[in-house]
Design a protein around this ligand. Structure first.
Ligand code: FAD
Ligand code: SF4
Length: 318
């Protein structure tokens, strides 16, 4: 059972400066972009902002700019626009694949890059309706005293479940952040910390403005394991970029989203299965990236690749 939305003020700034000022004026407010994560959490009573600062009318956030040093992707670019961008598909394949694998077509039309990077963490005991959580005495992350995943501990293990971050991490992405003190750039990896309750290093009035990707990327690819193959968050997502030349370094990164009770044997087995699946996915994506590299070296112009990607897209849209 889902509750109706509580009342809130809606603010619609037209510039980044206006958005920051609005956030400073409304300390209990929240930025909202596509709303595909935040509104669900509000309907569940997980998040209760009294003001929403809508970023969707800020033109500067909605651009993808190609330049000599790489590409800049505005935080307000929709996942659909990113997924269908030919230059991104050709030069940053893991990112394009990750975008195509996010949620369903209707979500992707509204969902944004910034919202994806700043998603709340998820947990089976947390992403539930208000009445379900109240019947279970809530939990450490929100209004409760214990963690149902690790009842003896004092830490929240809710997991980050965005698809774009692993792909962007292996592509050495930096993010640009704007706040009351001005703008700064940090490696994307510095946006996250290991704390399910407060996993972002953003200060209260700061927002992500853009993602910067360097040019001359090595071959890369992304694979995702999910329970429903049509629309679902990643149980695990694996991105791999291969070393291809002295300018390129190899890397891989994962997101994992299982959450099971610590004293549950079946849960441990399931975790083992998930780990096996992650290994298999990593092997599969490494092989795929190796194939791309071999194609590049042999000078093939990869005519089949668009077909493969189209197939993937059809699959995830189904
Ligand atoms: C059924 C369903 C399936 C889904 N499946 C997936 C999936 O497979 N993979 C996946 O990754 N996600 C999935 N999602 C989650 C969500 O749709 C996407 O992650 C989406 O990209 C979120 O973007 P948004 O613009 O809608 O974010 P919003 O809901 O608008 O915002 C999410 C959070 O980010 C903050 N925020 C937004 N923009 C900024 C910014 N520029 N700077 C700072 N903070 C900001 C908001 O304050 C909020 O806390 C799914 C959601 C649903 C409902
Ligand atoms: S990991 Fe524990 S504290 Fe965190 S959301 Fe889940 S049950 Fe709550």
């Amino acid at each position: 059972m889902t509750a109706s939305l509580s009342d809130f003020h809606l603010l619609q700034p037209l510039t980044i400066q206006e958005a920051i000022a609005a956030r400073l004026d409304h300390p209990n407010g929240h930025f909202i972009a596509g709303g595909t994560d935040l509104l669900v959490n509000m309907r569940r009573g997980i998040s209760n902002p009294n003001s929403l600062i809508d970023l969707s009318a800020i033109d500067e956030l909605a651009e993808i700019e190609l330049h000599e040093d790489g590409v800049t992707i505005g935080a307000g670019v929709t996942i659909a626009a990113l997924a269908h961008h030919k230059f991104i598909a050709d030069h940053y394949k893991a990112l394009s694949q990750a975008a195509r694998a996010i949620a369903g077509p209707a979500h992707r039309a509204l969902a944004t890059v910034g919202g994806n990077l700043c998603l709340d963490t998820r947990c089976i005991f947390y992403n539930q309706s208000e009445w379900w959580r109240s019947a279970n005495a809530y939990c450490l992350k929100n209004r409760g005293d214990i963690c149902h995943v690790a009842p003896q501990g004092r830490r929240c293990h809710a997991a980050f479940t965005g698809d774009l971050a692993p792909a962007l991490l292996v592509l050495s992405a930096k993010i640009e952040i704007a706040g009351p003190q001005g703008r700064r750039q940090i490696p994307l990896s510095d946006l996250y910390v290991e704390d399910g309750r407060a996993h972002l290093t953003l200060a209260d009035s700061e927002l992500v403005v853009a993602v910067h990707l360097p040019a001359n990327q090595p071959p890369s690819t992304y694979e995702k394991i999910r329970i429903r193959s049509a629309i679902d968050f990643p149980l695990a997502g694996v991105a791999v970029a291969l070393a291809g030349s002295p300018a390129h370094s190899a890397g891989s990164t994962t997101t994992a989203t299982t959450s099971t009770s610590c004293d549950d044997n079946q849960g441990e087995d399931e975790e083992g299965d998930a780990a096996d699946e992650v290994e298999q996915a990593a092997a599969k994506v490494s092989k795929e990236a190796g194939r791309q590299q071999a194609d590049d070296e042999s000078g093939d112009d990869q005519p089949g690749e668009q077909g493969d990607e189209q197939g993937e897209n059809d699959d995830c849209d189904g």
